[in-house]
Ligand binder design. Sequence first.
Ligand SMILES: [Zn+2]
Length: 316
Amino acid sequence: MTLNLEQINDFYDAQFREWTELKPRYDALMQAERRNVGVGDMTVALQFNPARIKSTGAAVDTSSLARRPCFLCKANRPREQRSLGILDSWHWLINPYPIFPVHFTIASKAHEPQEEIPLDMVAAAEAAPELAFFYNGARAGASAPDHLHFQATLKEELPLIAIAEKYHQGGRSSAMDSTDFPVDLPLCFRSITVVPDAEGMQLLSLLPTMYGFDAVTGAPDPGMVNVIVWIDDSRTLRAIVIPRKRHRPACYTSAADGEGCMVSPGAVDMAGVLILPRKSDFGTLDAERIASIYAECGLTKEEFKVWKPLDGIMGR
Ligand SMILES: [Zn+2]
């Protein structure tokens, strides 16, 4: 089954009718304040979204997870929440705490941990070419690392997508580092383009082997990664892999005292849309502090250049 914009709208309308709590949340999102901040050559959008405090502030340590009922398991989900039957092993759901006017959560039918990038994201992108699919590694923004899932929104919502399409030509299978883009970006990532050939299949198969490291121990960590997958207008399949080294920046810790900044970056934030549940952060965050959040959570240019686990793909 495929999913086009009309079908997306129909699904939303049907869920708005049946699930009455849902529409006010999407209406509130329409009122959410936004402003843009230029960071180097990247325009980062700040979104003030108080309803996301639940996700941004989520405790994701093992004992907290064990104590709460998993909100992605079917038994614990609202009765009114329907699933689109697009992928066999996945429930395709409307996200009840949206960041975007179109925001899906695609959750595994099984309660299994967020261990590696699910290659079913490729099948999802093929089924819904209007959407971009994004994945948060278990220690890189996932608020339910114990239940495998990824999310989707419209492609134009994520600034990094246009940057990758502009500087990394599609139409063939290849990989390119953002450090080779002729622009000044506050974070580092690998861009991958795939057409159906042997090299493309190899690039895809290596995707789950690409991730960052733990900033404290220096050890490679499959949970330290954000990935975005989509199909561009030339029908080239694309992926952006953002290796990570921290779950949250240092300023997050002091946010509890009313200082710092309540930001818990996932793929959306790393892709250029910072979700801020506190008004004070929304009002005060500037280019320098945003650059620092990216440098703390992502890899710096120096770290990125020497980080070997990315090399399987390109043999730099
Ligand atoms: Zn679950």
